[in-house]
Design a protein around this ligand. Structure first.
Ligand SMILES: Nc1ncnc2c1ncn2[C@@H]1O[C@H](COP(=O)(O)OP(=O)(O)OP(=O)(O)O)[C@@H](O)[C@H]1O
Ligand SMILES: CC(C)(CO)[C@@H](O)C(=O)[O-]
Ligand code: BAL
Length: 281
């Protein structure tokens, strides 16, 4: 596996793949890899001739007072894990390489970014779409893999790719969970043992909602009520949002129909966790 830190070297490698007629699969990450990331890499490995993983903790998508400084980083461990998943190139640029002095260009997807994490983290998705657009231009992948765990992000990247005619197929990969149901996340390392237990309330609340949908419930307000009650029963949990939206434009729905996304963000102590499920009605 090759470690590339410069954009020029990454671009030269990508052009070479195009010349050789090889397909490139790409998995953008912020590192501190876990089984969720490795699942994305394996999907890429199965489908593409070459696999690139980026590791870049993107300062542009963190708001003031968020965890940019504390975000876990371990390139040595990540290199070992990526290599074991059959990755060909690890692209790990420095912040100055991605945003040199004089940088002033941003990509903004409207409407889909207004609610959910967009409302709680102003500017977050502008940072995500800007960096993903740059990474697509640098890596030039044929296929890019994103986790369903960040469902709003996935919908926004699909929108951006379609709206800007970016020549990349975007593939969504289902949420990978711990044995007890907790969605894997790099931020789970922040949790104390008590908080780790309390964090199960997210997947539990979603499971209750799923049971209700399966037994015929279609009213979004009643489903949100059940989820809210389940979460507030956990003393260590504080709700950021519980939203039910259509899975394409991320707009609130009153009655479930078609593909709906039930999404939550909950603070467990100081750690903000997200989880979701898509229901097809
Ligand atoms: N549990 C998971 N299942 C599937 N995909 C995941 C999972 N966790 C992360 N991903 C995906 O991996 C990619 C990189 O995500 P990222 O590096 O932000 O990891 P993360 O664990 O979500 O970190 P955090 O939520 O703490 O920021 C994203 O496309 C994300 O959706
Ligand atoms: C897509 C991404 C790598 C952009 O920084 C990030 O938002 C993430 O890890 O989900
Ligand atoms: N997984 C999304 C990246 C973030 O929380 O900033």
């Amino acid at each position: 596996m090759r470690l590339i830190e410069s954009i020029r070297e990454m671009t030269a490698w990508s052009k070479e793949q195009v010349r050789e007629g090889r397909t490139v699969g790409f998995v953008p990450t912020m590192g501190y890899l876990h089984e969720g990331h490795l699942t994305l890499m394996r999907r890429a490995r199965e489908a593409c001739d070459r696999v690139v993983v980026s590791i870049f903790v993107n300062p542009l998508q963190f708001g003031a007072g968020e965890d940019y400084e504390e975000y876990p980083r371990d390139l040595t461990r990540d290199s070992r894990l990526a290599e074991s998943a059959g990755v060909d190139v690890l692209f790990a640029p420095a912040v100055r390489e991605m945003y040199p002095k004089g940088y002033h260009t941003f990509v903004d997807v409207e409407r889909l970014t207004e609610g959910l994490c967009g409302a709680s983290r102003p500017g977050h998705f502008r940072g995500v779409t800007t960096v993903v657009c740059k990474l697509f231009n640098i890596v030039r992948p044929d296929v890019a893999y994103f986790g369903q765990k960040d469902a709003q992000q996935l919908a926004i990247i699909r929108r951006m790719t379609e709206d800007l005619n970016l020549p990349v197929s975007v593939v969504g990969v289902p949420i990978v969970r711990e044995a007890d149901g907790l969605a894997m996340s790099s931020r789970n390392v922040y949790l104390s043992p008590e908080e780790r237990q309390a964090a199960l309330v997210l997947s539990k609340a979603l499971a209750r909602a799923r049971d209700l949908v399966e037994s015929g419930e279609r009213d979004a307000a009643r489903l949100r009520q059940t989820i809210t009650e389940t979460i507030t029963a956990e003393p260590l949990a504080a709700i950021d949002y519980v939203s039910i939206v259509d899975n394409r434009f991320i707009q609130p729905v009153d009655t479930l129909a078609g593909d709906c996304l039930i999404a939550l963000a909950v603070r467990i102590g100081k750690t903000r966790l997200i989880d979701n499920m898509v229901v097809e009605v």
